[in-house]
Write a protein that binds this ligand. Sequence first.
Ligand code: SF4
Length: 375
Amino acid sequence: MTSHRDDASMDAVGVSADDDITWQGDVRAGVRQVRDLDSLPLSPAERSAAQAAATRHKVRIPKAYLDLIDWTDPADPIRAQVIPSPEELTEQEGELDDPIADHAFSPVPRLTHRHADRVLLFPTYQCAVYCRFCFRKESLTSIGRGFSREALEPAFAYIAAHPEIREVILTGGDPLSLPDKALAEIRARIEAVSHVRLLRLHTRVPVALPSRVTSGLVRSLQGRLMVTVVTHFNHAREITDAAEQACSALRQGGFVLLNQSVLLKGVNDTVEVLEELCRELMYRLGVKPYYLHHGDLARGMAHRRTTIHQGQALVSALRARLSGICNPVYVLDLPDGGGKVPLGPCYVEAQDGETWRIRGQDGELRTYTELVGDP
Ligand code: SF4
C-alpha cells in the first residue's frame, strides 16, 4: 500500500492542494511558527514573553482567527486563547502531561479505549490552531505527527476486532486539518466495520479556520454512518459570518452539530459571556451546547482555571436564564481515566423515604413525594 508520509507536509493545513484557495490563504497569512509572532502588534516585552512561552507548546493561528483579536485590549478573550503568555511557564505541582489518561487506556497506537462502546482515534496530532489551554498539548508536542495510513492500521484492526465499539471519535490534533482525501479514506475504513454506528469528529476548524469547511470536506464525511461534529467555541465573538457559513454547510451535509467549551478564567468565566455564547450557538449556528468542561490539569494552565465552586455558580445562573436546549452540562474529565462526570448544579437537598426536598430554580425549597404504582 502506498503510504502518506508521516510528517506535517501531509496535513491539509500545511500544504498546497486542490482545495479552496481561501482557507489556504488564511493559513499562510496567519501565524505558522514562532518567528511569525514578530508580525503581531505586540510590545517588545510582550513579544519576547510570547516567544519564551511558545517553546512549551506549538504556535499556529490562522488569519481569520487573528483578525478577531482586539489588540488594544491586553486581556482580550480571543488573544488569551492563542497568544502564548509567560504564565504558561509556571507549572504547579499536580499538573499532568496527560490529564485524562489517554495513554493509559491506549491498547494500540493512536487509539484510546476508555469506555466500552466508543474509542478515540487520533489520525493526526496537528491542528489548524494551537490553543494555549489544550489538555493534549504534551501529545501534540511530543508526538506531533500528521496522518499516515500505516500508523492507523493497528487502530483499524482493533476497532474491527471489538464488536462492542459503536462510536468512533476522530480527535487529535484536529481531524478537520486533514486533506479531504485522507478524511474520506478514514471514514470509509471505519464505515466498513459493520458494528460501528456513529462517527464523531472533535474540531476547532469551524471556529478558527471556517473557510476550510468546503463542499469537498463535507462530501468526504458523507457515507453510511451517522456523523456528529463537535465544535469548540468558547466565546460568542468566535461566532462570525464565516463560522455561521461553515456550520450551515455541515448541517446541510446531514451532520448533527454539538459544541463543547472549556471554562477559562479571563475568557468566558462570567454568566453574561456564557449566556451569549450558548444562545448564539443554538439560535444562530444551530449547534447544541453539549459540554462546558471544567479546566483540565494541563501544565502551565493554573492562570486559566476557575474553582469548581465558581463553575457551579455560573451554571446555576445559566440554568435560570437559558432554555434547556441552550444549557450545556458542566463536567470534569477526571484524571486517571475516571471519565466525564457532571459537576452540578444539584437541586436535591434531602430525602426522607418517598419524600424529597428539592430546590426550585427560584431558590425556594419544595417537597416532592414519589407516587409509584405497585410492582
Ligand atoms: S484544536 Fe483542539 S487539540 Fe488542537 S490545540 Fe486546540 S484544543 Fe488542542
